[in-house]
Design a protein around this ligand. Structure first.
Ligand code: NDP
Ligand code: X2W
Length: 342
C-alpha cells in the first residue's frame, strides 16, 4: 500500500483528491491536514464522503507527513515550497498541485507569483506532471509539479500541432473558460453565486500567471519559443474548463483528425472525438478525461476544442495519475469513473 498525506484537505482540490484516493485500491490515507480545524472530521467539510472514512484533520507539519510515502499539497501557491525540502530529506515524495515547482525560470516564477522562492535549488529537479509528455520522468521523480488547470487543457490541445511544426508558433490563441470551483473554496466576492450566476466575463486579459507555464510547455514541445495570446473567462458553472484554441496552419494538406488520433492513440485520458464534434464540459464532470475535437474552418486555419474538469484532469485526477506512475502502478488505477449526465 502507498501511504499518503494530503495537505489542504478542506479545499476543493484536496477534497476531490480524497474522493478519488478513498476508492483507490492501493492507497492508505495516513494524514490529512487543516491549519484551523485539527481534530475535526473530514466529512464535516465533505459530507459526500460520509460512510467512506472517519479521517480527522491534523496540523500541516512536517512531522505529521514525514512517515508517508507521498505527500500531496493541495494548498495555495507558495505553501508547498516551505515543507518540500524537509519532506524529500525524510524520504517522502511530493506532488504539488500548486505552482511552486512548475516554472523552471525562478525569476519568471517570482515575477508572476509575487513571492521569493524558498527552495530554488529543487525547481530544476521537479518534474512537470503532464503524463502525456513526461511519463518516463514522472515514474522516477521525487517531486512532481502538477500542472495548472488551464495549462493542462491548452497544452494537450495544441501539442500535436506544435510538436509537428504545423502551426505558426508566433500567433497561437487560447480562449479559455472555467467554472467557479477553479478559484478555490476560500470566499471571494467575485466567485459568489450572486456575482457569477447569469453572467459571463473575462479576467486576466492583460496577463494571467498560467501564460508562462503554457508557453514553457509548448516551447519545449516545439523546440523554440512560442507566442500565445491567452485569455481566461469565468463562466457560471461549478466545474469544467472549455478551451477554444486557434492557430494558423503552415500545411494546408495535413490530415488533422489522423494527426490527433495518432498522437493520443495510447493515452487513456485523452479522447479525440470524431470529426465535427463539439465537446461538452458535462461529459467530463468528475472524471480524469480531456476530450478534444479538431476543426479546420478553412485550409489555413485550425480550431481545437478542449474540455476537462478543472478539479480532476486539471488537478486531483492528474495528481492521482502521476502518483500511479511514481509508484509503478497502471496509470488508470482509481480513475475509472464515468461522468454523470444530465
Ligand atoms: N481549484 C482548481 O480547479 C485548481 C486548483 N489548483 C491548485 O490547487 C491548490 C489548491 O486549490 P483549491 O483547492 O482550489 O484551493 P482552496 O482555497 O479550496 O483550498 C486551499 C487549501 O489549502 C489549505 N491552506 C491554505 N493555506 C495553507 C498553508 N499556509 N499551509 C497549509 N495549508 C494551507 C486550506 O486549508 P486550511 O485553511 O483548513 O488549512 C485549504 O484546505 C492551489 O495551488 C490551486 O492553485 C490547481 C488546478 C485546479
Ligand atoms: C476560475 C479561476 O479563478 N481559476 C484559477 C485557476 C486555478 C488554478 O489552476 O490554479 P493554480 O495555477 O494556482 O494551481 C485562476 O484563474 O486563478
Amino acid at each position: 500500500m502507498i501511504s499518503v498525506g494530503v495537505v489542504g484537505a478542506t479545499g476543493y482540490a484536496g477534497g476531490e483528491l480524497l474522493r478519488l484516493l478513498l476508492r483507490h485500491p492501493r492507497v492508505e490515507i495516513a494524514t490529512i491536514t487543516s491549519r484551523g480545524h485539527a481534530g475535526a472530521a473530514l466529512t464535516d467539510w465533505f459530507p459526500n464522503l460520509r460512510g467512506e472514512t472517519d479521517l480527522r484533520f491534523s496540523e500541516p507539519q512536517v512531522e505529521n507527513l514525514a512517515d508517508c510515502d507521498l505527500a500531496f499539497f493541495a494548498t495555495p501557491n507558495g505553501t508547498a515550497m516551505q515543507m518540500v525540502p524537509q519532506l524529500l530529506a525524510a524520504g517522502t515524495r511530493v506532488i504539488d498541485l500548486g505552482a511552486d515547482f512548475r516554472i523552471k525560470d525562478v525569476k519568471v516564477w517570482s515575477q508572476w507569483y509575487g513571492l521569493e522562492h524558498a527552495c530554488p535549488e529543487l525547481v530544476e529537479e521537479a518534474v512537470y506532471g503532464l503524463p502525456e509528455v513526461n511519463r518516463q520522468a514522472i515514474r522516477a521523480a521525487r517531486l512532481v509539479a502538477n500542472p495548472g488547470c488551464y495549462p493542462t487543457a491548452v497544452q494537450l490541445g495544441f501539442l500535436p500541432l506544435v510538436e509537428q511544426g504545423l502551426v505558426d508558433l508566433d500567433h497561437l490563441v487560447a480562449d479559455a473558460k472555467s467554472g467557479a470551483s477553479g478559484a478555490g473554496r476560500q470566499p471571494k466576492q467575485n466567485t459568489m453565486l450572486t456575482e457569477v450566476a447569469e453572467s459571463f466575463r473575462a479576467y486576466g486579459a492583460s496577463g494571467h500567471r498560467h501564460l508562462p507555464e503554457i508557453q514553457q510547455g509548448l516551447a519545449r514541445a516545439a523546440g523554440r519559443p512560442v507566442e500565445l495570446t491567452f485569455v481566461p473567462h469565468l463562466i457560471p458553472i461549478i466545474r469544467g474548463i472549455h478551451a477554444t484554441l486557434y492557430g494558423r496552419l503552415l500545411d494546408s494538406e495535413v490530415d488533422l483528425q489522423a494527426l490527433y488520433e495518432k498522437r493520443f492513440r495510447d493515452e487513456a485520458f485523452v479522447d479525440v472525438m470524431p470529426p465535427g464534434s463539439h465537446p461538452e464540459t458535462r461529459t467530463v464532470r468528475g472524471i480524469n478525461v480531456c476530450r478534444i475535437a479538431v476543426h479546420r474552418p478553412d485550409p489555413g486555419r485550425v480550431v481545437v476544442l478542449v474540455v476537462e474538469d478543472n478539479l480532476v484532469k486539471g488537478a486531483a485526477g492528474q495528481a492521482v495519475q502521476n502518483m500511479n506512475l511514481m509508484f509503478g502502478l497502471n496509470e488508470r488505477v482509481g480513475l475509472a469513473d464515468i461522468a454523470v449526465i444530465p
